[in-house]
Every structure is written in structure tokens, then in C-alpha cells.
Write a protein that binds this ligand. Structure first.
Ligand SMILES: NC(=O)c1ccc[n+]([C@@H]2O[C@H](COP(=O)([O-])OP(=O)(O)OC[C@H]3O[C@@H](n4cnc5c(N)ncnc54)[C@H](OP(=O)(O)O)[C@@H]3O)[C@@H](O)[C@H]2O)c1
Length: 141
């Protein structure tokens, strides 16, 4: 095996225990990551290993997206850029250094989700997004 992707390791201690027991360091860790659960500490911890964070539930996940889409701060930022809340969240992932692959079975949404490369969140908007972190998960895998 040359490359390993890992999922659902939420504490540096657990991740270190695994890394110390293997010869191939995981290239990627896929954890629930979105504006209400930003995984900042784990992301920082992974840097020493060159492991990157991939977000599952990047938009909050099926059944939860409206909580994020209707968040006042996200809506305000979306309005300022003439974008949707989904696009603002995906742009935030991009600028925060997360890998995010949103799930959708709707062609219009899939197109919309690609249209995030023609605008940029300001430093202040990134700070506002950062302040939304509540360490709140929508699932418990
Ligand atoms: N490793 C793990 O433990 C784990 C756990 C959970 C999930 N995952 C993986 O993570 C990936 C993402 O999960 P997910 O699809 O549930 O989460 P998600 O991408 O956060 O949310 C998907 C939901 O967002 C909606 N959506 C997508 N784009 C939209 C847009 N532009 N406007 C409005 N709604 C939009 C979709 O509805 P429409 O279809 O109507 O667009 C769908 O209901 C999947 O590949 C999943 O397998 C991994």
C-alpha cells in the first residue's frame, strides 16, 4: 500500500497512536468538517505528518444543510457576494485549506457548487466564518 486515507479520528492522541503503529502515514483524514465543526485543532495537528483534512458533511450533510444555509452570518456574506450560502460554505472550505466534495443528486446544485472560483472571502469574512465554530457535530460516526 502506498497511500492511505483514514476516517473519523477526532483527537490528536488517537491519531498519534495510529501513526506510531504503521509504516505508511495516512495521506488524508476524512472527518466531519463544516462551519459549525471546523476541525481546526486536528487540522493543525496533522500538518507535522503532511496529512490533509478532507471534510465529510461539508455542507452539514443530508437533513442538516438548512441549519447552515440559514445561518445569519453565512446568509449575510452570501448576499454581499451575490452567491448562495452553499457557495459561501464551499469557498470557506477552499480558503481554509479543507478538501470538500459536496454530495448532490441535483444537476443545478452540482453546477452551482463549481461556481466558487470567481469570488473570494475577505480576511474579515473568514474571521466571521471562523467564529461560527461551535464544536457541533450533526452525526456521530
Ligand atoms: N467517513 C464518514 O464517516 C462519512 C460520514 C458521512 C458522510 N460521508 C461522505 O461525505 C460525503 C458528503 O456527504 P453528504 O452528501 O451527506 O453531505 P453534504 O455534501 O454536506 O450534504 C449533501 C446535501 O446537500 C445538498 N446540497 C448539495 N449542494 C447543494 C446546493 N448547492 N444547494 C442546496 N443544497 C445542496 C444535497 O441535496 P441535493 O442532492 O438536493 O443537491 C444533500 O442533501 C459523501 O460522499 C459521504 O459518503 C462520510
Amino acid at each position: 500500500m502506498k497511500s492511505i486515507g483514514l476516517s473519523n479520528y477526532y483527537t490528536p492522541k488517537d491519531f498519534d497512536r495510529l501513526v506510531n503503529a504503521v509504516t505508511v502515514v495516512p495521506a488524508l483524514l476524512q472527518n466531519e468538517t463544516h462551519p459549525y465543526h471546523q476541525s481546526s485543532k486536528m487540522k493543525e495537528h496533522l500538518k507535522q505528518y503532511g496529512t490533509v483534512m478532507e471534510s465529510w458533511f461539508p455542507l452539514g450533510g443530508r437533513g442538516n444543510t438548512q441549519k447552515l444555509f440559514n445561518d445569519k452570518t453565512i446568509k449575510k456574506i452570501a448576499k454581499a457576494h451575490n452567491k448562495t450560502s452553499a457557495q459561501v460554505i464551499l469557498r470557506w472550505h477552499l480558503q481554509a485549506g479543507n478538501i470538500a466534495i459536496p454530495g448532490s443528486s441535483n444537476e443545478d446544485h452540482i453546477k452551482e457548487n463549481f461556481e466558487i472560483f470567481d469570488f473570494e472571502l475577505t480576511k474579515d469574512e473568514m474571521k466571521q466564518m471562523g467564529n461560527l465554530d461551535k464544536d457541533e457535530r450533526f452525526a456521530d460516526y
